[in-house]
Every structure is written in C-alpha cells, then in structure tokens.
Design a protein around this ligand. Structure first.
Ligand code: T46
Length: 157
C-alpha cells in the first residue's frame, strides 16, 4: 500500500505566544507538483468524511490544528494514521480508499492535490472501488512520479 508519512518542515518561536510555522515545497518535500489546495474546517468531533478513492490524485494531508484519524485501505490491508501535529503529513498515492474521523472539535484538515478538481476521477462506492482494484490491481497506485527529495520520517509499509 503506497503512502508516506512525512515530516513537514516546521519553525517554532522561542516566544510560544507567536505560534509555529509549517511549510511545504512541492516536488522537494512531497513527490508531486501542487495544482490545488483545500481545507476542511469547523467540523465537529466524531464526524466522518471521505469515503472515496482517487484514480489520479496524489495528495498531501496535514492537520495544522487538532487531531484527525485517516483510515486508508487498498481493499485488503488497512492502516490508521493519526494526524495530531502540524509537522506530520500523509502523502497518499492515487488508488487508495480513505475515510477521515475528526477526533477533536474544529480540527482543520488541509489537502494539497496534484490535480484540478474533477468529480469523474473519484470512486465514491466501496463496492465499485473493490471492483476497480480487481481490474487494475496494484497499477491503481502507479508510481509514475520520481522523487529525490528528503524529509521522509517513515517509508511505506
Ligand atoms: C478529500 C476529502 C478530505 C470543489 O468544487 N472543488 C474541490 O477542490 C473540492 C475538494 C470540492 N469541491 C466541491 C465538490 C462538492 O460539491 O465541494 C463539495 C464537497 O466536496 P466533496 O463532496 O468531495 O467532499 P468530501 O469531504 O467527500 O471530500 C473532500 C475532497 O473532495 C477529497 O478529495 O480527500 O475532502
């Protein structure tokens, strides 16, 4: 299952009241160029979102405020990655089914995506997803990008 947990570069201030700063450089810190960024906010604890896979999109997910569980599966294996610090990012290759659970009120989910929005590249039915994986196999997670940057803290499992 192709995903990466990445350590996003973060600068903290000696004066904690000033807060922190996290930044991401496309194609250096993450293995794709960014075409789109969106955020999900004002979501209450225990809400579930997602329930889809992308056929084309590479995505970086991170949570600058709060705690969000990201559940990912390729239809066989399942992993839960908890985004609980602004410096923790999750890179999802295309072809993975994902669900998100808000573990804290008002947690913010930020997503950087490799493609412009296209509703046609979503799979929103889990049965359809399993059928897609059956037909396409591991090519669903095709590793077409090359990446020679740094900053990974753990690699795909
Ligand atoms: C994901 C999770 C975390 C757009 O017009 N452009 C966009 O770039 C996006 C992301 C959405 N929209 C419109 C399409 C829908 O009418 O916003 C509405 C809500 O989007 P959606 O139903 O896709 O929301 P979620 O929570 O199912 O999924 C979204 C992202 O689409 C998805 O990629 O990873 O948030």
């Amino acid at each position: 299952m192709k995903y990466e947990i990445v350590n996003l570069k973060t600068v903290t201030n000696e004066d904690e009241k000033l807060g922190g700063l996290t930044f991401i450089e496309a194609e250096r810190d993450i293995p794709f160029a960014i075409k789109r960024i969106y955020c999900i906010y004002k979501t209450e604890e225990n809400q579930h979102r997602g329930f889809h896979a992308h056929k084309k999109n590479w995505q970086l997910l991170f949570c600058p405020y709060g705690v969000i569980d990201i559940i990912i599966t390729d239809g066989e294996e399942k992993r839960v990655v908890t985004l609980d610090h602004p410096s923790k990012g999750l890179v999802l290759y295309p072809g993975l089914w994902r669900e998100m659970i808000w573990k804290q009120d008002d947690s913010v989910l930020c997503v950087a995506a490799s493609e412009y929005y296209d509703s046609e590249e979503y799979i929103r039915s889990y049965d359809e997803y399993l059928q897609y994986r059956k037909e396409v196999g591991n090519d669903a997670e095709a590793d077409t990008n090359t990446f020679e940057g740094g900053g990974w803290i753990t690699s795909r499992k």
